[in-house]
Design a protein around this ligand. Sequence first.
Ligand code: NAI
Ligand code: PYR
Ligand code: MG
Length: 623
Amino acid sequence: MAIFPSLPHLRRSFSSSIARRLRRPPAARSFTTTEGSRPTIVHKRSLDILHDPWFNKGTAFSITERDRLDLRGLLPPNIMTPQQQIDRFMVDLKRLEVHARDGPSDTNALAKWRILNRLHDRNETMYYKILIENIEEYAPIVYTPTVGLVCQNYSGLFRRPRGMYFSAADRGEMMSMVYNWPAEQVDMIVVTDGSRILGLGDLGVQGIGIAIGKLDLYVAAAGINPQRVLPVMIDVGTNNEKLLKDPLYLGLQQHRLDGDEYLSVIDEFMEAVFTRWPNVIVQFEDFQSKWAFNLLQRYRNTYRMFNDDVQGTAGVAIAGLLGAVRAQGRPMIDFPKQKIIVAGAGSAGIGVVNAARKTMARMLGNNESAFDSARSQFWVVDATGLITEGRANIDPHALPFARKLKEVSHQGLTEGASLVEVVKKVKPDVLLGLSAVGGLFSEEVLEALKDSSSTRPAIFAMSNPTKNAECTPEEAFSIVGEHIIFASGSPFLDVDLGDGKIGHSNQGNNMYLFPGIGLGTLLSGARVISDGMLQAAAECLAAYIKEEEALEGIIYPPISSIRDITKEVAAAVVREAIAEDLAEGYRDMDARELQRLSQEETVTYVENNMWNPVYPTLVYRRD
Ligand SMILES: NC(=O)C1=CN([C@@H]2O[C@H](COP(=O)(O)OP(=O)(O)OC[C@H]3O[C@@H](n4cnc5c(N)ncnc54)[C@H](O)[C@@H]3O)[C@@H](O)[C@H]2O)C=CC1
Ligand SMILES: CC(=O)C(=O)O
Ligand SMILES: [Mg+2]
């Protein structure tokens, strides 16, 4: 730790009275004052301190220092001793050897993440230029799958904080803490409570990595200005016993708050951020299902917010499902005839079946009986098997999809039937996994899918990261056949089927939609995010794929075109917000002017408002 007398340039800048006081000959009490215990006077606060290697103590700043120096919320809540900091660093330093033993790919991915992260700390413009120009190569590093590994190892990887941390210990303080963030304007917040990070479970405070990764895509794909994004971690504790026992864990070492106590923390956070930044958009990310639906219902009619896992995933799945219908050489309007098995009844799985049912109902006439009959196209299987009305203590969110016992008994199925039994009996057109269970689509399940009644069965192994995918494309193509459609949440390479044929590995990930949903909401000035705006986003993505591509088994566009896709999706969201009379305008584009824009002009309007990574000319002006 640097001590004042050893920093002559700072001594010069001190007010003479303070300097005189500090240069006074040792007073009587000085026999107790050692060199290290004298205070160091600093003329900086907030991030300026954290970014200054002379003064920065990182996680070792005490609670009173955090308050005095406006650091509250800018660091993970657990205060570390200097020795704990060193221990954490050494664990990380040694990890290279450990990973070299475990397998080379993880080490390489983490090493790339570190190099990119260091650049992010030094020069944002250059960082995002590299990311945008090489998105296909580096999205898997800053996003899934590597971001999962980063979250798992975050205590060791943590260097310079990014984003804000609000913890259960900050109750009553959030309204003032939010002013510790240096940016006057924030457009996009991605917030997590770390309770279900990808398919990796409860990672507590370490989940901040997913908020950072999602916002990287907001900048790269949607052109949100990086100075106006804010990753947020709400630390209400963790139920991960391993983390609770780890002395180097950076979060609160207590079990998660629950019930009203939990809600009061999230309420306080929402009130604080919307008070300081009334036009911000908040994306909820990777909250366990229990809270994902509840918080969405609680806030969606009051705040500009959405839940990416429930709503973004649903839209991406719908686009892919419509693509799979077209891949069979059938019109999209045939979608309501598809038999769909969904493995996983959490925030993502239930979000998908809800949206798919509504899409079918719209195609069937958009009335109550259409909505009713669409229900029978879905079979939902969770950890205890097929969900039927015979299930005790059924989750209310899954209830609308519980099969009637009579119905399933006709098919030779019962409550809790296994996935393989359900596949055998239903012979589905689509098998979609959002279970977080790697390998769930086992050889037996894929063998059973060979009897699908579809000409081109579709397999969506959507769980993340890679090791949680329900199956690999190699397994799917080799077991079920070359005619299938395949999509996964994390990226896989295409499969060489021989004779010049390629089995396409599509990436079915909400990254195709959330940046456009956020950007479109921002630029329309819509006060809330409606189902119609989300539906418009999904339809736009579905329409992005050309007929001949669909016939080749391509149901999602390449990641390299994500900036263009996002622009189109955002424009579709803006237009829907206008159509629903939700748009209030953005900056000097008021609602009336927005309304006058043609479809083409809306796309140009969106494009003109996307940030590009070019160095601006800087001019110094004293405030
Ligand atoms: N590709 C994408 O864009 C997205 C992928 N996901 C992935 O979806 C997965 C699930 O996310 P959530 O729904 O939020 O998680 P969750 O934990 O709320 O739900 C998991 C569900 O899977 C079920 N399940 C567990 N074992 C099963 C088994 N053996 N057979 C069938 N079902 C089983 C559970 O009962 C539960 O209903 C995660 O891996 C996540 O990464 C989530 C959002 C977007
Ligand atoms: C992609 C994503 O949001 C997830 O796996 O949770
Ligand atoms: Mg997610």
